[in-house]
Design a protein around this ligand. Structure first.
Ligand SMILES: *Cc1c(COP(=O)(O)O)cnc(C)c1O
Length: 521
């Protein structure tokens, strides 16, 4: 993404209409909604606003115009400018560090704000002094060539997940949300937690949302709430991240690892019933890579044996199953806000979802050491609270999430259609007809996976393997788990390869990745 920061001199030139007419038109185009360039954001630095206001008043003041009129006029212009741009803060400490270096504080603010953004950054100004400080400057005449040029250094590095571009997009609300926490100081279970839980419950369509300290802790808390303990058997998928099996075993329960469906990589419902014994206490399907397990089939079996179901939806937040949202499909839904998950914080976090009054009450108690009133503990719990600052980050991202989910669908489909045309031997993700995937991972299967991964990495294309070893093969579970026969998971673990995937992946990069892969398969 490109970022253009407007300096005070240019805005004044624009407001006084003293630029040559052709340049005025150019700058106007940057700011009007319907002529704004597509992949360039226009910024103003908040610290610059007071200087801008002051200078504008000086310029507009004449003998015969009352001060009041001028002040109003400038206010209106400032309001319009703020509405037409994004705003970025340059912090006091940054300016203080820079005062000796920059020619003036306005310049220090501009340059420092620029370094808080990512991508292709330029400052629009006619003042030459700014350029000296290592930031690209453009005059109005140069800006349109710059906009037409492909992005420079930025996209030569291809990210597996691109949180920097997202940060630029959410920058203004992000600053607002974080600052609000610094201001009120309620760091533990503050108002952002309550606000986020209500928004998430509404998004998912459940009665309750209980945020928590991580996606691992949400699994632990869900099982604690359901009373799972030593000797109980819990049925889960063998093909998942360690946390799913780990939390079962940590409670002294026995993970029963089931094989997966060869197309969706999710637990095979047909194999669940065979594994049920009198000791079975719960089923924990995982909605892997961003698409839900076949929850109706799983719930039908669970109902038959009166078992609760916990959906491990750490990778599928935002996905739908038969039109319903992931996390709303079972007794308890559990998700993660690990930064690289579809909805990520800037640290650890997670959330639980349920429609059951009693489960919600227990989960809230378990989150604070099993406490039901101050220093009164009827049960064991953990310190499982989500942090207020992290809740502020997720709140800032939530307004963009629906659009990001759309982008994920688009990027996933683009990959798949390109692979199907150019290298039909690559096994692309199969999305069940009743599902939409959020592509937490875009994962293909290849016969020569490891050598292809090495070659892609050498070309600067990052890849990952989710997961190289099914859980029933992990050393830790050789003594504590029960493995059923898992030939499918064993086979796919040697072939799966995850490619770069995020909402801001550009088509050019998808083409580059597909073309690189085409040579090797
Ligand atoms: C990421 C993940 C977890 C754990 O979430 P954390 O927030 O990292 O603790 C659990 N299960 C699955 C399937 C995951 O992908």
């Amino acid at each position: 993404m490109k970022h253009l920061i407007l300096a005070v001199d240019i805005i004044l030139d624009l407001w006084t209409r003293r630029l040559p007419a052709d340049q005025l038109t150019l700058v106007d185009q940057l700011l009007f909604a319907n002529t704004k360039p597509q992949d360039c954001k226009c910024w103003i630095v908040t610290g610059n606003l007071s200087l801008l206001e002051y200078e504008a008043i000086q310029e507009f003041k004449t003998q015969d115009r009352p001060q009041q009129t001028v002040l109003l006029e400038v206010k209106t212009l400032l309001k319009q400018l703020i509405a037409a741009t994004d705003q970025i803060t340059s912090y006091g400490f940054e300016q203080a560090d820079f005062i000796g270096v920059a020619i003036d504080i306005e310049t220090a603010q501009l340059v420092k704000a620029a370094t808080n953004l990512h991508g292709d950054i330029a400052i629009l100004t006619n003042r030459q002094s700014v350029a000296v400080l290592g930031v690209n400057t453009l005059t109005p005449l140069q800006v349109f060539d710059w906009l037409k040029n492909p992005e420079s250094q930025t996209k030569s590095t291809l990210n597996f997940i691109d949180l920097a571009t997202q940060q630029d997009i959410i920058r203004t609300p992000l600053e607002r949300c974080i600052t609000s926490v610094l201001k009120h100081g309620q760091y533990i279970l503050g108002p952002e937690i309550i606000q986020l839980e209500s928004k998430l419950a509404e998004y998912v369509g459940t009665k309750y949302c209980i945020t928590a300290s991580s996606g691992t802790d949400t699994l632990l808390m869900a099982m604690l709430a359901l009373g799972i303990g030593p000797g109980d058997e819990v049925i889960t998928s063998t093909f998942t991240f360690i946390a799913t099996g780990e939390m079962i075993a940590l409670l002294g329960a026995i993970p029963v690892f089931i094989d997966i469906d060869p197309q969706t990589y999710n637990i095979d419902p047909a194999k669940i019933e065979l594994a049920i014994t009198p000791k079975t206490k719960a089923i924990v399907p995982v909605s892997l890579y961003g698409q839900c397990a076949d929850m109706d089939a799983i719930n039908t079996i669970a109902d038959k044996y009166s078992l609760p179901v916990i959906e491990d939806a750490a990778q599928s937040f935002g996905a739908t199953y038969k039109g319903r949202k992931s996390c709303s499909l079972s007794t308890i839904g559990s998700t993660s806000f690990f930064p690289s998950k579809p909805l990520g914080a800037y640290g650890d976090g997670g959330a639980l979802f349920t429609n059951d009054d009693n489960s919600a009450k227990l989960l809230r108690e378990i989150r604070v050491h099993g406490q039901n009133r101050r220093y009164h503990h009827p049960r064991l719990g953990i310190n499982g609270r989500f942090d207020t600052l992290q809740a502020a980050v997720v709140l800032a991202k939530l307004d963009y999430f629906a659009d990001e989910v759309q982008q994920r669908h688009a990027k996933g489909s683009k990959y798949t259609s390109m692979f199907n045309v150019t290298c039909p031997d690559v096994i692309t993700p199969y999305i069940a007809p009743y599902n939409t995937s959020v592509y937490a991972q875009y994962t293909i299967q290849l016969m020569n996976r490891d050598s292809v991964a090495n070659k892609l990495n050498a070309l600067g294309i990052p890849t990952a393997i989710h997961y190289p070893i099914p859980l029933n093969q992990q050393p830790v579970f050789s003594s504590v788990g029960i493995a059923t026969d898992t030939p499918i998971a064993n086979a796919v673990a040697g072939k799966v390869l995850s490619l770069p995937m995020h909402p801001y992946l550009v088509e050019k990069d998808i083409i580059k990745i597909v073309n690189a892969l085409r040579q090797y398969c």
